[in-house]
Design a protein. Structure first.
Length: 177
């Protein structure tokens, strides 16, 4: 478990049920597993005591963030019956009261994405942070795709992603289209 995660988590009140009751939303820190058995035991104890972590069966590594995102949506969809599932980075300032109002608005379409979109050049230089080893297959520029430190997917969108779970390439390219 990294120190930044611990500090951010400690900054929040333990088991703040008032927040969940007032907004109608469930808040969980999402974390993958580690090879360190003592840290895993600590995480499991935290889950039992406070029920504020969602432990995923994926190794916690920066290079595996896309897989962690998919694992989160699969787990959240299986655990919670919700109209929307929200992915938020741990370093953003979130106003749950405002988020709940945004998510409660009536929409004409059941397949909804709320968040930022991005397109831009494909990085083919192996020295760059966002190097794309298979960049030649994508072309010079990414298609418009979901991006950002926070976004929300409707239950219908998450259901579609969960149905595609056995085909990673289809899943990732579904974000690009």
């Amino acid at each position: 478990m990294n120190e930044a995660f611990i500090e951010e988590k400690l900054a929040l009140p333990k088991n703040d049920l008032g927040l969940e009751e007032s907004t109608g939303m469930a808040f969980r820190f999402v974390i993958g597993k580690t090879r360190d058995k003592s840290k895993m035991a600590e995480l499991r104890k935290e889950v039992e005591e406070y029920d504020d972590l969602l432990l995923l069966d994926i190794e916690e590594e920066y290079s595996k963030l896309p897989y962690k995102t998919l694992a989160f949506f699969k787990a959240a969809y299986a655990l919670y019956d919700s109209d929307f599932y929200v992915k938020a980075d741990d370093d953003i300032y979130l106003r749950p009261d405002r988020l709940s109002l945004l998510l409660a608005k009536e929409r004409h379409h059941t397949q909804t994405y709320l968040g930022c979109m991005k397109k831009g050049p494909v990085f083919t230089d192996p020295k760059m942070k966002w190097h794309e080893p298979l960049g030649y297959m994508i072309g010079k520029e990414y298609f418009l795709h979901a991006y950002g430190p926070i976004y929300a997917l409707s239950a219908d969108v998450v259901a579609s992603l969960v149905a595609l779970r056995n085909n990673r390439q289809v899943f990732f390219f579904s974000f690009l289209l």
